[in-house]
Design a protein. Structure first.
Length: 219
């Protein structure tokens, strides 16, 4: 989990650096495709045909939000790096979702967060030590806020995904791009496009359908 988390983070932020946020988010959230393909055989979960509709809705929503057509004219070396890093981030993110589900009976959500974060730290420590002290001190308040927020979110996510099917969890995770769009519009004051609004609708619909189905299955 720690290794997969480190790979996901490095590839995701690298994708943002080379291709921009839209492309990075789009490729990161190809993870549900991998989960739906491999979770039944790895975890022994029953492959439910009812997962197809919410999966298609969710992927359509992400495509609309990311507006991939805007990057077709930027196919240089930098963009190619971004695409490669983005694909790797989606693959490792999907593998991590499956792993979390596999370990749910052995580790609580908080325990998984501890080991995931702690082992990721070992892989990323050299990069942290190479950061100039002045840069670190200047951004310390932002780093603290970022670390607390992402740790709290990770605990809630791991507790939640431990109690549902991996396929369901991967689709529900697609609500994250929607919240990103919300903060992008309200906090950063960026314009809201029609395609973005439609993408949010598709993703929320997928999340609602899959959560209702999983609730009925638990009964």
């Amino acid at each position: 989990m720690g290794l997969l988390n480190a790979i996901t983070g490095i590839c995701y932020f690298s994708s943002i650096r080379y291709s921009g946020v839209s492309v990075a988010v789009l490729l990161l959230y190809t993870a549900p495709v991998y989960v739906n393909l491999f979770a039944p055989s790895i975890l022994g979960e029953h492959s439910n045909s009812n997962s197809v509709l919410p999966l298609l809705l969710a992927i359509t929503g992400v495509l609309l939000i990311a507006r991939p057509g805007e990057i077709l004219g930027h196919a240089g070396p930098e963009s190619q790096k971004g695409l490669l890093f983005g694909l790797l981030s989606g693959l490792s993110f999907g593998a991590n979702i499956i792993t979390i589900r596999y370990l749910r009976d052995d580790y609580s959500g908080i325990a998984q967060t501890f080991w995931l974060t702690g082992i990721s730290l070992l892989f990323m420590l050299p990069a942290a030590l190479s950061t100039p002290t002045t840069v670190f001190v200047k951004n310390l308040d932002i780093l603290l806020l970022f670390s607390l927020t992402i740790t709290f979110a990770a605990i809630i996510y791991l507790i939640g995904i431990s109690g549902i099917r991996a396929q369901t969890g991967s689709i529900l995770a697609l609500v994250e791009p929607v919240s990103g769009i919300f903060f992008d519009v309200t906090v950063l004051k960026n314009p809201l496009y029609i395609s973005t609004f439609l993408g949010c609708v598709f993703i929320l619909t997928a999340a609602y359908v899959i959560s209702k189905r999983d609730k009925v299955g638990l009964k």
